[in-house]
Design a protein around this ligand. Structure first.
Ligand code: PLP
Length: 407
């Protein structure tokens, strides 16, 4: 049974592609892909096992390619509508993009702190590189790095407008779409030239592997990246590549569900915040006050949508807005109190796994607001997560009330 990825386009086919896009690379009768751990391969076997990248790339040595990694890349390529190259981490993937383009002037949007660290590493090789913000003029810029949705708020950027501006300036647009994998977003459709993902997050989805992906539009560019990766050995290890392949099979059901639960939780928590505000027509009850009065700001793409001029959001996210959002309080102490009092959300870093997590980003990123908690919604039932938030918010209000009474 062989299904050609090219005849199954479109986000509706994501579940099928996730399961069958690597059928043509089967080398054994196993229904579930076996893990290949061999670092070396018989030369004789190389010819009969030639993969879809051509016989010149048959398996010889695992720094170059393995049957497992080839399958993982075949699935990712089909899902992402491009040519996927897998790395040992999301940040290794980011560094590979910078060394591929060797930009002299980078426009860097709001992004994950680790990507800023990667740019600092790159500066060691290219001390004259200039780095400006993504809302500055792109005059002289050769690479624009945009993250959408943004970690840690889950708010989205208008990729198409950045693509138009970047291309008008002769720059390439790189989009880090880690927070919205297929079927939630397809940045090539909005004009991105390169798409990057930390596969450690949703693509892996189980908080048990570290990997990254660069997706190119042209097969030639993917080959250049693979060549550099073969020289450096910066690809994913056997176990990680295999776990990633296993996880991709369920990508669509996981992220659709996580995204739906997140949108409901955001609406609930934002509703608590609003109901605690007194207006001429509404006097909050004691319950409404205890649930909502300590919440300062809730951020997520679903709340951006209410704003005028944000019509791009739906076009960019045909099937959901992502499962990361942020909740801010008045102080860092309040944020930490809530993080420690949530029972079903692990207080731990990372995102995208089946377990819900909250993280205090200020602990990692000095420029992150200390009063902000990042929430990554997992696959628990909505009602249980909602009850968890209600009890933690009420505990915070009771704690603050006691503190105030003492003063
Ligand atoms: C986690 C993350 C990365 C880095 O990925 P690693 O796999 O941890 O190296 C890059 N970008 C975003 C948006 C992330 O959330």
């Amino acid at each position: 049974m062989t299904v050609s990825p090219s005849i199954l386009p479109g986000s509706k086919r994501v579940p099928t592609l996730s399961i069958h896009a690597d059928d043509h690379l089967r080398v054994t009768a196993d229904v579930s892909a076996p893990i290949s751990v061999s670092t070396t391969f018989d030369y004789a076997a190389a010819d009969v096992r030639a993969n879809n990248y051509g016989s010149s790339q048959s398996y010889q040595y695992s720094r170059i390619n393995t049957p497992t990694a080839a399958k993982t890349e075949a699935v990712l390529s089909a899902l992402m509508e491009g040519h996927a190259v897998v790395y040992g981490s999301g940040l290794t993937a980011a560094f590979a993009v910078l060394t591929e383009y060797r930009p002299k002037k980078i426009a860097l949007g709001e992004c994950y702190f680790g990507v800023r660290n990667v740019v600092e590493q790159y500066k060691k090789l290219m001390p004259d590189v200039q780095v400006i913000g993504a809302d500055c003029s792109f005059d002289g810029v050769d690479l624009v790095w945009l993250e959408s949705p943004i970690n840690p708020t889950g708010e989205v950027k208008d990729i198409q407008s950045y693509a138009l501006r970047a291309h008008a300036a002769g720059a390439v647009l790189v989009v880090d779409a880690t927070l919205a994998p297929p079927p939630l977003s397809y940045p090539f459709r909005q004009g991105a030239d390169i798409v990057v993902h930390s596969a450690t997050k949703y693509l892996g989805g189980h908080a048990d592997l570290l990997a990254g992906v660069v997706v190119t539009r042209s097969p030639k560019q993917a080959d250049c990246l693979r060549e550099a990766r073969s020289v450096l050995g910066s690809g994913a290890g056997s176990l990680d590549a295999w776990l990633l392949l296993r996880s991709l099979r369920t990508l669509a059901v996981r992220v659709r569900q996580q995204s739906q639960t997140a949108a409901r939780l955001v609406a609930l928590i934002e509703g608590y915040r609003r109901s605690a505000m007194a207006t001429p027509c509404h006097t909050p009850s004691a319950l409404e006050l205890s649930l909502g009065r300590r919440i300062a700001i809730v951020r997520h793409a679903s709340l951006q949508q209410c704003a005028v001029g944000k019509t791009y959001i739906h076009a960019q996210h045909p099937e959901g807005l992502g499962a990361v959002f942020s909740v801010s309080f008045a102080t860092g102490e309040q944020a930490l109190f809530v993080a420690r009092h949530l029972k079903l959300h692990h207080f731990a870093t990372s995102l995208g796994g089946v377990e819900s997590l909250v993280d205090w980003r200020h602990g990692w990123d000095a420029i992150a607001d200390p009063a902000l908690l990042r929430v990554s919604v997992g696959l628990e039932a909505f009602d249980d997560l909602a009850a968890d938030w209600a009890q933690a918010l009420q505990a915070l209000d009771a704690h603050e009330g006691r503190g105030a009474a003492k003063l």
